[in-house]
Design a protein around this ligand. Structure first.
Ligand code: SF4
Length: 225
């Protein structure tokens, strides 16, 4: 079986078990809020972002409010998300860019999105796939890990992984495939203890059994009396 054939089989199975997989960031249908939330989601969970963003939107209801915000006020709100100084600088910079360059409209091309401060390919792909329905391979931590385990790439570099997946996943399936890989990564093929025994793609996964190989927490310790 070729890698491409295996990728299509994986995509078929993930579509079957996660038919409703989608972006988990709450953005209320407001495009710039999705862009800013995705910037905030670096190195943290979507749930954590969803707990913080209602406070952020309440403090800065309009994009213009955020564009002219005092960094310290933004930092205090987003502090629980980590890297709060960099993230505050990024979202204020992104808001300023949008206000001054497009009047608040979120661009619909990769090239233009990448001009926005703090926006990399992952954030751009989230916007393109979720807002504009364009083919988008969103290489987050889950897609990266699962792509390596399933042998779709040998690279750790997200840009390289995106290129490798482009060769394997048809354009019309890319956005859904990204979200479905994310769901599988959260629920089954987790970073620390993949549940290979209950994984329905284990028969075509080169890393099948990975979960059993890993020492369980506490294994090897002398039992306490
Ligand atoms: S078989 Fe194991 S390593 Fe492979 S995708 Fe499933 S959970 Fe992940």
């Amino acid at each position: 079986m070729t890698r491409r054939e295996r990728a299509v089989l994986v995509a078929d199975e993930l579509s079957r078990i996660y038919p409703d997989a989608r972006c988990l960031l709450d953005f209320g249908g407001v495009p710039h809020r999705l862009l800013l939330s995705t910037i905030l989601s670096a190195q943290t969970t979507d749930d954590s972002v969803n707990r913080v963003t209602p406070l952020l939107w309440r403090a800065f209801p309009r994009l213009e409010d955020l564009a002219s915000a005092q960094p310290g006020k933004v930092e205090r709100i987003i502090h629980p998300l980590g890297f709060f100084r960099n993230k505050a600088r990024s979202i204020i910079g992104a808001a300023s860019w949008l206000v001054s360059r497009t009047g608040g409209r979120v661009p619909d091309t990769m090239e233009e999105l990448l001009e926005i401060p703090g926006v990399g390919r992952k954030t751009a792909n989230v916007v393109l796939g979720t807002i504009y329905g364009k083919p988008a391979l969103i290489v987050d931590t889950h897609v990266r890990r699962l792509s390596l385990r399933m042998g779709f790439t040998v690279s750790e570099d997200p840009d390289r992984i995106e290129k490798d997946l482009e060769k394997l996943v048809p354009p019309e399936r890319r956005t859904a495939f990204s979200h479905q890989m994310g769901f599988h990564g959260r629920r089954v093929c987790t970073a620390r203890s993949p549940k290979c025994g209950s994984c329905t793609i284990s028969s075509i996964c080169p890393k099948k059994g990975l979960g059993q190989e890993r020492p369980q927490p506490g294994a090897g310790r002398t039992p306490s009396k």
